[in-house]
Design a protein around this ligand. Structure first.
Ligand code: HEC
Length: 105
């Protein structure tokens, strides 16, 4: 019996192609201007968000677009993967903050 040659490359690309939200990579951002921390409204979680999310890029990057709770959840996970420093509890607080002020309209 002959074995059918299955296109394993097609399978691999189907698996790798599942991360759709972040398929488009923006160029790295070098914040030369002073941080515009005023884009973050006052709230108990604000300091955590500033510490964890304004370390690599300007705050404006974070708040440029509104996102649903699921999207924010994914973004936070992705940023933590990249090196954002926030434990589980802090990630939850960041999520609450971002959804409250920058959630869907
Ligand atoms: C270790 C560095 C680092 C930290 C810390 C970090 N980010 Fe990012 N972030 C990046 C880089 C690099 C990009 C640009 C590449 C991209 O868009 O995927 C980015 C882009 C973004 C974007 C735009 C993405 C898009 O596709 O529109 C958002 C929103 C964002 N970050 C939110 C956050 C939030 C929220 C936090 C805090 C939990 C955070 N970032 C912390 C590195 C970081």
């Amino acid at each position: 019996m002959k074995r059918a040659t299955v296109g394993s490359a097609a399978l691999a690309s189907a698996v790798l192609g599942t991360c759709s939200t972040f398929a488009k990579e923006a160029p790295p951002i070098a914040p030369a201007a002073p941080l515009r921390l005023d884009v973050f409204p006052a709230a108990p979680q604000r300091d955590i968000v500033i510490r964890a999310c304004a370390a690599c890029h300007a705050p404006e990057i974070v708040v440029a677009k509104r996102h649903s709770i699921d999207e924010w959840d994914e973004i936070i996970a992705k940023m933590v993967d990249r090196g954002a420093v926030a434990n589980e509890k802090e990630q939850q607080q960041i999520l609450e903050y971002l959804v409250k002020f920058f959630g869907p309209t």
